[in-house]
Design a protein around this ligand. Structure first.
Ligand SMILES: Nc1ncnc2c1ncn2[C@@H]1O[C@H](COP(=O)(O)OP(=O)(O)OP(=O)(O)O)[C@@H](O)[C@H]1O
Ligand SMILES: [Mg+2]
Length: 262
């Protein structure tokens, strides 16, 4: 018997064991990104079917949050991000690991991982939302029907904005037609990261977004390459802005100022 034929037989046996069609099992394996080697190792364990269903759900969550943040970060796993932070920005890493939903200001020199840390926290929050959405929809691995997965595209965009993209979005938006959708999302999103708030140097729109979020009591994570005293000093954003960044319905947010020994 050829290898291909043997694999097919194994697949058919396993599908029969759990009462599904072999092509459905093949789609489960594809969706969960189980390659042949993983499948053949997994079926040596009695709980392979539970594990596969679990991984199908996790892969569905991954898919739904795959557009959170800049495309360059999407391929990074949480573990990779934490490993980078362990090396470059241990304080920022600790903030990620203990994040509890508050507003935060992440400050430090270039490359310590402010942006990937904010991204990691945002993606985790979106994953929680996506899991709730799956429950609401009644989505399960058994939802695979008629040779397709029901609408499983990414739906959790909108929590990440670079401060300069706020300006670009508003500039590209026709005058007299309200505000750009990116700006509206930045003002109203459940949790929003505003990356690199000192760039651009015109801050009006960033201030406006922050004021709207503060009034609505929504948590925001901002990143910048400046020290706190300068960032919220009179020459830059001012202390009223600082309060808006950190105060969430009377609860103080986190400031992570990771400039090492400098
Ligand atoms: N897609 C990626 N793949 C691998 N490593 C990455 C990726 N993106 C960033 N990194 C690494 O993570 C580190 C932290 O990057 P990050 O963009 O979070 O820094 P930052 O503190 O926001 O810097 P800046 O102030 O310049 O914005 C970088 O030094 C880089 O080595
Ligand atoms: Mg950055």
């Amino acid at each position: 018997m050829s290898n291909e034929a043997r694999k097919e037989t194994t697949l058919e046996c396993c599908a029969r064991e759990v009462g599904i069609h072999p092509s459905t099992l093949r789609n489960y394996l594809e969706h969960a990104r189980w390659r042949s080697a993983k499948f053949h190792a997994a079926i040596k364990q009695p709980n392979w079917w539970e594990r596969l269903q679990h991984d199908v759900i996790e892969a569905e969550l991954d898919r739904r949050v795959s557009d959170v943040g800049p495309p360059g970060f999407a391929a990074l796993t949480d573990e990779q991000i934490l490993a980078i932070l362990a090396e470059r920005g241990p304080q920022v890493r600790q903030w990620v690991e203990t994040y509890d939903g508050r507003s935060a200001v992440l400050l430090g020199p270039t490359g310590i991982g402010k942006s990937i840390a904010a991204f990691c926290v945002l993606r985790r929050a979106k994953r929680v939302e996506a899991r709730q959405e799956l429950k609401r929809e009644g989505w399960s691995p058994a939802s695979y029907q008629d040779d397709r997965w029901p609408d499983s595209e990414s739906r959790f965009r909108g929590g990440w904005i670079a401060a300069q993209d706020l300006l670009v979005a508003q500039r590209g938006h026709p005058l007299g037609q309200g505000e750009a959708s990116e700006v509206r999302k930045a003002k109203t999103g459940r949790l929003v990261v505003i990356d690199d708030i000192t760039w651009p140097t015109r801050h009006d729109l960033t201030r406006e977004v922050m004021a709207a979020r503060y009034d609505a009591g929504l948590p925001t994570i901002v990143t910048a390459g400046e020290r706190m005293a300068r960032l919220f000093g009179a020459d830059m954003f001012g202390d009223a802005f600082g309060r808006r960044c950190l105060d969430l319905r009377g609860e103080q947010g986190d400031v992570v100022e990771d400039f090492g020994g400098k």
